[in-house]
Ligand binder design. Structure first.
Ligand code: AMP
Length: 122
């Protein structure tokens, strides 16, 4: 899937639409999710043009991958989420219901998050 420069996170990165920014460095931008699913729900996006975890993990230079994941860890620490616990999640493609085709991590925290996903129906 080719990267679509008109996706909403690309527009946020270009400053064309606002976001509720909580962190930015050379490799990552983080902002509050517009439709939070937990008391803390932050999105962390790489600055490069990657559709999903698939092309990010395959094509991004090591420096970008390291910078991105180090930023995500720092953001979780800065949110005070390490001791109580938090969840990181990346939706990849249709079965995961990925809505925005720019790779992003969700950070969920601020309550007991329950089981990771529903058990498979038997
Ligand atoms: P995903 O289903 O993993 O692609 O998640 C996309 C997330 O982006 C959803 O949780 C949306 O609520 C969130 N979202 C969409 N537009 C915006 C926006 N303009 N600012 C912040 N979060 C957004």
């Amino acid at each position: 899937m080719a990267y679509d420069e008109s996706n909403i996170f690309a527009k946020i990165l270009r400053g064309e639409i606002p976001c509720d920014k909580i962190y930015e460095d050379d490799h990552a931008l983080a902002f509050n999710d517009i439709n939070p699913q937990a008391p803390t729900h932050v999105l962390v996006i790489p600055k490069g043009a990657y559709v999903s975890f698939d092309d990010f993990s395959r094509d991004a230079p090591d420096e970008e991958i390291a910078g991105f994941f180090r930023a995500a860890g720092k953001i979780a620490r800065d949110l005070g989420a390490v001791d109580p616990g938090y969840r990181i999640l990346a939706n990849n493609g249709p079965d995961a219901h990925q809505e925005v085709p720019h790779f992003h991590l969700h950070i969920f925290a601020g309550k007991n998050l329950g089981r990771m996903i529903k058990p498979v129906d038997k």
